[in-house]
Design a binder for this molecule. Structure first.
Ligand SMILES: Cc1cc2nc3c(=O)[nH]c(=O)nc-3n(C[C@H](O)[C@H](O)[C@H](O)COP(=O)(O)OP(=O)(O)OC[C@H]3O[C@@H](n4cnc5c(N)ncnc54)[C@H](O)[C@@H]3O)c2cc1C
Length: 241
């Protein structure tokens, strides 16, 4: 549902959880974290991998992953990767919406759910994660949620200018500088990945890269297909997955 005529989009938006922007933080050239508060966030059961939908223009919906939810105080945050900040031309609808967002603005949070096939599992052992800049909030929440119940290892590619920030956000995960070709740096790292006893793996981010990474991860770590969970977040040539 990337877009709908404005009256229908509005009908869906009003059914979401009404929230207010309480803060925005520019963490690095491409990463902005937005903090939201809303009464209906209180009492929600939350775990990493839950995603929500936001209306970013009168007609366009986009999906994002809260990196933290506090169901007691009714607060949550989302880590946005401003992908069109690193390419010339006008910003994408999602980035344009983000650029205009200010403290006090209302935001309707539509849903907060994970799919059956891509949900956080607190299993012992090593969780391998693999993705790009759109997945940093997801992996960061998973590392904090697992705590000392499990180890997180893996690889993430982000623009070179954001590598120091993402290294801080994702302890234990290799952070490599991306090249203009999505997935190139990540797949190259995976091809030479050091040995690791991995229990299961989560792959997310660029759809076309996930397909190739899946085979590499499966053979490299000798994982059964059922132990590899995938969720594309965007795809070359598509808007708003
Ligand atoms: C379930 C789910 C959860 C998600 N969670 C997050 C999240 O927490 N944080 C986050 O930042 N993103 C997240 N995303 C990704 C985000 O929704 C997409 O990147 C989306 O396309 C952004 O919308 P847009 O309006 O900026 O660009 P669009 O209008 O959708 O796309 C415009 C153009 O930019 C390209 N494009 C889209 N994303 C990227 C990218 N990352 N890098 C390079 N080119 C791109 C498209 O292929 C298209 O050509 C999530 C996506 C899904 C499906």
């Amino acid at each position: 549902m990337p877009s709908l005529p404005a009256p229908f989009a509005r009908m869906i938006e009003v059914r979401g959880m009404p929230c207010t922007v309480t803060d925005t933080e520019d963490l690095s050239p491409s990463f902005r974290r937005v903090h939201l508060a809303g009464e209906r966030l209180k009492g929600r059961e939350w775990a990493p991998c839950q995603v929500t939908t936001l209306l970013v223009s009168p007609t366009a919906f986009r999906r994002y992953t809260p990196d933290a939810v506090d169901a007691v105080t009714g607060r949550m945050s989302i880590l946005f990767y401003r992908h069109s900040a690193v390419v010339p031309g006008p910003p994408s609808p999602g980035d344009a919406w983000l650029d205009g967002l200010a403290v006090g603005d209302p935001v309707s949070v539509m849903g907060l759910e994970a799919t059956r096939s891509f949900r956080a599992r607190a299993e012992p052992g090593t969780t391998f994660v693999c993705g790009d800049a759109t997945t940093v909030g997801l992996w960061s929440s998973m590392i904090r949620w697992l705590g000392d119940r499990g180890r997180v290892r893996g690889v993430v590619e982000v623009p070179a200018q954001d590598v120091p920030l993402v290294r801080d956000l994702l302890p234990g995960v290799q952070v490599v500088a991306q090249s203009p070709q999505p997935g190139e740096a990540l797949l190259s790292w995976l091809g030479d990945a050091p040995p690791e006893a991995v229990t299961h793996a989560y792959l997310s981010g660029h759809g076309q890269t996930i397909q190739r990474a899946r085979n590499l991860v499966r053979t490299r770590y000798d994982l059964h297909r059922s132990a590899i969970y995938t969720q594309p977040y965007w795809a070359t040539g598509k808007v708003g997955l």
